[in-house]
Design a protein around this ligand. Structure first.
Ligand code: PMP
Length: 455
């Protein structure tokens, strides 16, 4: 972008005209936003020229890192060849068809079809509509209740916000989508009490069966969940959780939907979080890492159970977006998949860089502020606590997580705060030296946070 203004000008214009997503506007006006101007590899650069290590891959999406020329060049070529055409009304184009083929090849064997969208939220809404449509086609339209989880995140459309379990978002919905109910999350550190993680995982999974019985099994259409909760605070379920959930879904014949928007495309060291946990979802929502965030795109991977009915004898599905399967986005996604495959980026997360990150990240547990350091693949979380042994939290008014986040940003590191849980999800290409830098900076920012609490 060629327009050049001073930092103060950018901030003034931003606060006057730009309504940001998930931002407290009074705060923004008081403090001014951080203006990021460019990025390379795993580093962001702000308008002052400060270099910032991006521990969050943007918003969990820049899996192959910033500045990949291959992705830019493919987008430019596709824009000149066919910048846009739709896939409505029996038309299609090669990028969308080829991407559907490659995704089916990459996905678990029972996935046979793909529906494209423009984002994660659109993918979630699409999956909700597919669930309803599937049971209508099965002549069981009364099976329309979808079970989600408290503190799950499924996007910001009305469907996604209703299905997610974020209390603050629900409060702002005048009319959440009906027929959605929530069970509790498998968050052992926060809610496990005296149970062992394995006992707690089973107990939380069994809430699904209890809820199905309470509602009446003939009314329940699907269970919808993230393999690992991302926005909720990198909540990694105990190993007992997912096998039990799969059993319950099978027993009652309800559809299982895995929201792979964050877990998909390598973050766990497998292509999909569902593979990591060995589950077999009927639908998988994807976005983010599909294009490494270089252009917006999402989709729903559809297993044969739903796909055979919907995709052959289902009649018209009255659903779609102008940008479903956008040719430029599809071309970028194809190139991104090629990079992930040919550079063995996911294999590296699984076998080498992921274990290294986890070993280094785990050392943060020794810090006096940290009650737990957990992680998996290229995910990490630390819990900031007032007392390690009892897992006791700080007083909410102290805003310890936000303090820590500010120290991180001011010291050249992006770490996200979810309450008093600090989380990371770095680009999958991060080197060992950069991982060392991340952990060293995190430690330093924990020290600064501890110091600010003593003042
Ligand atoms: N599902 C999950 C699991 C997500 O993490 C997100 C975004 N963080 C979404 C859905 C929504 O995606 P988008 O912001 O692209 O609409």
């Amino acid at each position: 972008m060629t327009t050049s203004r001073s930092k103060a000008e950018w901030q003034a214009l931003d606060s006057a005209h730009h309504l940001h997503p998930f931002t407290d506007y009074a705060d923004l006006t008081a403090k001014g936003s951080r203006i990021i101007t460019r990025a390379e590899g795993v580093y962001l650069y702000d308008v002052d020229g400060q270099r910032i290590l991006d521990g969050m891959s943007g918003l969990w999406c820049v899996n192959v890192g910033y500045g990949r020329r291959e992705l830019a060049e493919v987008a430019g070529r596709q824009m000149l060849e066919l910048p846009y055409y739709n896939n409505f009304f029996q038309t299609a184009h090669p990028p969308a068809i080829e991407l559907a083929r490659q995704l089916v090849e990459l996905a678990p064997a029972h996935v046979t079809r793909v529906f494209f969208t423009g984002s994660g939220s659109e993918s979630v809404d699409t999956a909700i509509r597919m669930i309803w449509r599937y049971w209508q086609l099965r002549d069981q339209p009364q099976r329309n209740i979808i079970i989600g989880r408290k503190n799950g995140y499924h996007g910001s459309t009305i469907g996604g916000a209703s299905l997610g379990g974020m209390g603050a978002m629900h409060k702002q919905l005048a009319y959440p989508v009906g027929g959605i109910v929530h069970i509790e999350q498998p968050f052992w550190f926060g809610e496990g009490g005296d149970l062992s993680p394995e006992e707690f995982g089973l107990a939380r999974a069994r809430q699904l069966a209890d809820k199905i019985e309470e509602l009446g099994p003939e009314r329940v259409a699907a269970f919808f969940a993230e393999p690992i909760q991302g926005a909720g605070g990198v909540i990694i379920p105990p190993a007992s959780y997912w096998p039990e959930i799969q059993k319950i879904c099978d027993r009652y014949g309800i559809l299982l939907v895995a929201d792979e928007v964050i877990c998909g495309f390598g973050r766990t060291g497998q292509w999909f979080g569902s593979e990591y946990y060995g589950i077999k979802p009927d639908l998988m929502t994807i976005a983010k890492g599909l294009t490494s965030g270089y252009v917006p795109m999402g989709g729903v991977l559809v297993g044969e159970r739903v796909g055979d009915l919907l995709g052959s004898e289902g009649g018209e599905f009255y659903h779609g977006f102008t940008y479903s399967g956008h040719p430029v986005a599809a071309a970028v996604a194809l190139e991104n998949l090629r990079l992930l495959r040919e550079e063995q980026i996911i294999q590296r997360v699984r076998e080498e860089a992921g274990p290294y990150l986890q070993q280094r990240w785990g050392t943060l547990a020794e810090h006096p502020l940290v009650g737990e350091a957990r992680g998996l693949g290229f995910f990490g979380a630390i819990e900031l606590v007032a007392d390690k042994a009892s897992r006791q939290r700080f007083d909410e008014d102290l805003n310890v997580g936000m303090r820590c986040r500010e120290h991180c940003f001011n010291n050249g590191l992006v770490m996200r705060a979810v309450g008093d849980t600090m989380i990371i999800a770095p680009p999958l290409v991060m080197t060992h030296a950069e991982i060392d830098e991340l952990v060293e900076k995190a430690w330093k920012c924990l020290d600064l946070t501890a110091k600010s609490l003593r003042n």
